[in-house]
Every structure is written in C-alpha cells, then in structure tokens.
Design a protein around this ligand. Structure first.
Ligand code: PMP
Length: 418
C-alpha cells in the first residue's frame, strides 16, 4: 500500500469508497487531466461523478471567481439578496429557460443533489395533499432518508433500515420484457384493489446513472408525462446526474419534448465543482410559504458566480455540437470493443456523454476499471452489480484527450480479457 494512503486508512471512516477505487493522492488537475503526488498523469473519464462536466479548473469560471473573491464579494448570505444571485437568476432565465420556452421558479434547497430531491418530494406532497410517490427500479436519488426511500437500491436502503414507506417502485423502461411498463403502471392506478393510492408524484431519471446507464426511450418518457397529466400526478425529473449537458442537451429531457412539473439539478450546475443545487418549480405549484423549506447553505455565492459563468457556454451550440460528434465516436468505439472482445459479453448503453458498457461477466467491469486506473485512466462502474463501466468525459474534451482515454481503455480491456 502506498504510504501516503495510510492517513486515510487510519483516520477516515470505513465508508470511504473512491479512495479505494482510485488509490492514490491527487494534487493537481486541469481540464480533463489529473495528477497525483508523484506527478503521474491521469485522463479523467469520471468527471467527479458528473459534477465536473466542464472539466477541472475552467479558466473562464476561475477568472470570475478570483475577481469576485478579490473584490470581497459576499460569501455566505443564506438566501438574502446578493448581486451574485441576481446575476445567476437573470442569466438562467435568459440563456436557459426562455430560449427553451420553459417557465419555472428557481428554488435553492441546500448544497447537494439529495437536498433538491428532498425539496421536490416535500413540495409535491404539500401541493397535492397526497403522500405516495412512484419511483422506478434502479433509480438513484440520494442518501438522506427521503431521497433514499425513492432509491431503487436495496443494498443502500436495507443497511439503514429505510423501508419503501409510501413509495411504490415501478419497472423502468425496458425493464419488463415484452410488457409495456406503463400498461402495468396504469393497471395499478386504475385497480383500487391493488392498494396503490394515487400518488403525489413520480420521480425518475431520464438516463439512470448509478442504476447502470439505463436510458429511457423518448416515447416512454412522453407516455409517462401523459400518465402523470391524466392522473394529476406531478412529474419530477431528477436531472442531478443526466442534466447540465451530460446527455447532450442542457436538460436531459429536452429531446423527449416533455415539461416536468419539478426539476432537480445539482452536480455540474455550479460548473466548478462547488456544492450547489437548484429545484425548478412550475410557477403555479410554487407553494412553500416563506421559510417553510430552508437551510443555512442555500445558494452559495461562489457557486452563483461560477454557475453564471458556466452558462456562457450555453449561449451558442459549440458545446452541444462537441458532445454530439464525440458521443457518436465514443459509442462507435465501444461497439467495436464489444465486437472485438466478445469475452466482455457487453452491451453498449447510454446517450450523449453518459455512456457505458454492461458486461454479463461477473466482476469484469470492475477489473477493467481497476486496470484502466493503473494505466492512467479514471473511470467508475455502476449498476446493481457494478456490471457497467462508465465513460463520463468532460463535455469540452478535445480529440487528443478522448483518443488517449479510449486507447487506455482498449489496453485495459485487452489486458483483462486475455
Ligand atoms: N440524484 C441523482 C440522479 C444522482 O446521481 C445523485 C448522486 N449520484 C443524487 C441524486 C444525489 O446527489 P448528492 O450525492 O449530491 O446528494
């Protein structure tokens, strides 16, 4: 064991995980590259689990942040009015919402993904006066008690004794062979004998990240929206991981042509890796009374500064085009890998820059990810049995970085399956 890792082993809780998957001490990072203490370079296809979509230490955001700090801008102010927040609110309206013909109120629920999910679930219950929530198999929404209760991962739930209280888990798209999961869902809703009360909300990811890069079809999403409308159920799209460009558009649901009632954003929203979350709420259901849902760290001003700067990348389609072109390249490459190395028994999954390969071979994806790390590529696995190796490059990665990463990936696959 690397002696620099001793401090983590001796002092940090056993719950630590990424220090185990990526056992080295990092010191420096720029764009899609990271370096450890020994100066070894890594290509980052992990992007902070989707929190660093613009790469590390982006110059434009850094410049704005340094300028703000140098001028003694407000750092902490709960939800008082600040210039940094005003700038973000205005820019988010102008660059993101208005051009997409979307109308939402912006709510800052606390710093993390789980905070936005909690606020969405609470608001849906308050607005509808109902209690139940429909969530989906293999969905992931966070680790606090409310968000964990709608998370379809029994390993994470059971240990903490979190039951599926007032939550009904339904099959995600493609989950049930030869059976449209929506027919199944509607049967439950129609059949009073099923015991399923009309829920307050449905919560879903358009592409499940932690659940194994399962991408719902646009048709399925449209039908889900229609079911929600028919039954007066609020649709919550958890875009914490799939949003902010990860699947190719700012919001992951854009190409499906749906308009959720509530949207959860976090991870890459601040652009710079600073904790930040926002819940978008349809104006007519913006029903929390003043202070009814609060938190000390609502809206970090440094995050407002970098998040506003990040929105400059959405003023034209350069970023979206880069994702489109390179996503196809990644998918073609992965298809080639699956064909060339049939030992993987793999299936390519995902959309945009949220892609992966599910291997039927027990433990193989973890072995490939571990080998990749040894060879200088950072990549994680997901899925109920860690059967998927995930490729999450920065959205602005150049050809050189992408090719380097893919070369290392092939080396790793070759070495593991030989
Ligand atoms: N929702 C989704 C879809 C996520 O992927 C995650 C985190 N992986 C969360 C919610 C929870 O976010 P956080 O870890 O910041 O609480």
């Amino acid at each position: 064991m690397n002696k620099d890792l001793k401090i983590f082993e001796n002092s940090e809780s056993e719950v630590r995980s990424y220090v185990r998957s990526f056992p080295t001490v990092f010191t420096k990072t720029k764009g899609y590259k990271m370096w450890n203490k020994e100066g070894k370079e890594y290509i980052d296809f992990f992007s902070g689990a989707g929190a660093l979509n613009y790469g590390h230490n982006d110059d434009h955001m850094k410049e704005k942040l340094i300028e703000y700090i140098t001028n003694d801008g407000i750092t902490h102010s709960l939800d008082m009015a600040s210039v940094a927040k005003a700038t973000f609110l205005e820019k988010f309206q102008d660059v993101i919402l208005k051009p997409r013909d979307l109308d939402y109120k912006m709510m800052f629920p606390g710093p993390t993904g789980t905070n936005t999910v909690e606020s969405a679930l609470k608001l849906a219950r308050k607005v509808t006066g109902r209690t139940d929530i429909i969530s989906f198999t293999n969905g992931f929404h966070g680790m606090t008690i409310g968000s964990l209760s709608v998370t379809g991962n029994s390993m994470k739930r059971k240990g903490a004794g979190i039951p599926l209280q007032n939550v009904v888990t339904m099959p995600y798209d493609n989950y049930v062979n030869d059976q449209d999961s929506l027919d199944y869902l509607e049967r439950f809703l129609e059949d009073s004998g099923s015991g399923v009360a009309i829920p307050a909300a449905m919560i879903l990811e358009t592409v499940q990240g932690e659940g194994g890069i399962n991408a719902a079809s646009f048709e399925w999403l449209k039908k889900i929206e229609a079911v929600c409308k028919r039954w007066g159920i609020l649709l919550i799209v958890d875009d914490v991981q799939a949003g902010i460009g990860r699947t190719g558009t700012f919001f992951s649901f854009e190409p499906a042509g749906i308009k959720p009632d509530i949207i959860c954003l976090s991870k890459s929203l601040s652009g710079y890796g600073t904790p930040f979350a926002m819940t978008l709420v349809r104006p007519d259901i913006d029903k929390f009374a003043p202070g009814e849902h609060n938190g000390t760290f609502r809206g970090n001003n440094h995050a407002f500064v970098t998040a506003a700067a990040a929105l400059d990348y959405w003023k034209d389609d350069t970023l979206e085009n880069n994702i489109k072109i390179k996503s196809q390249k990644i998918i073609d490459f992965l298809e080639k890998m699956v064909e060339k190395y049939p030992e993987i028994k793999g299936e390519v999954r995902g959309r945009g820059f949220m892609v992966g390969v599910a291997s039927e071979v027990d433990g193989l994806s973890n072995k490939i990810a571990a080998k990749a790390f040894e060879l200088g590529l950072i990549m994680e696995t997901s899925g109920p049995n860690d059967e998927v190796f995930k490729l999450f490059p920065a959205l602005n990665i150049d050809d050189e970085g992408l090719n380097k990463g893919l070369d290392i990936l092939e080396e790793s696959i070759k070495s593991v399956v030989k």
